[in-house]
Design a protein around this ligand. Structure first.
Ligand code: ZN
Length: 146
């Protein structure tokens, strides 16, 4: 996903602030596509410096981000962790519901019944069972349309 879309989501939904701080620090290394092509693999020490946290705090909040589903962590022995932007499952379900609703065909507007007016006085015509009408004011009779 695009880093910018991902960032908009966690700016709004990630709690607490420490979580946003590490996500923000990560996003700096992600390139535009959430780490798909850019190798997003900053060291914990660097994430700590960027987020203004101790290294072990940054590490803890990275773990929280992974648990919550804000990131995927690629782990290869002997290499630094690689991070990918993801959307928490609960949020994804919510978003899909919103999208599904938005793409639902809109119900056809019901044809508004135009109230017929008496040609003599302009008052309301009362429709009779045989589809003829009688003016409620002057009792002018309008034959049923053929
Ligand atoms: Zn009338």
């Amino acid at each position: 996903m695009r880093t910018v879309d991902w960032r908009m989501l966690w700016e709004e939904h990630a709690e607490p602030g420490e979580l946003r701080r590490v996500l923000c620090a990560l996003s700096v290394s992600m390139g535009g596509d959430g780490g798909q092509t850019t190798n997003c693999a900053p060291s914990m020490a660097r994430l700590g410096r960027r987020s203004g946290m101790r290294r072990d705090s940054a590490s803890k909040w990275i773990g929280v981000a992974e648990t919550f589903g804000w990131i995927n962590v690629g782990r290869i022995t002997g290499m630094r962790n690689r991070y990918y932007a993801t959307v928490p499952k609960s949020l994804k379900v919510q978003m899909e519901q919103v999208e599904a609703k938005a793409s639902e065909p809109k119900p056809k507007p019901t044809r508004k019944f135009r109230q017929a007016k008496c040609p003599e006085c302009g008052a309301k015509l009362l429709r009779q069972p045989d589809r003829s009408s009688i003016c409620e004011s002057c009792a002018h009779y309008v034959a049923a349309p053929s």
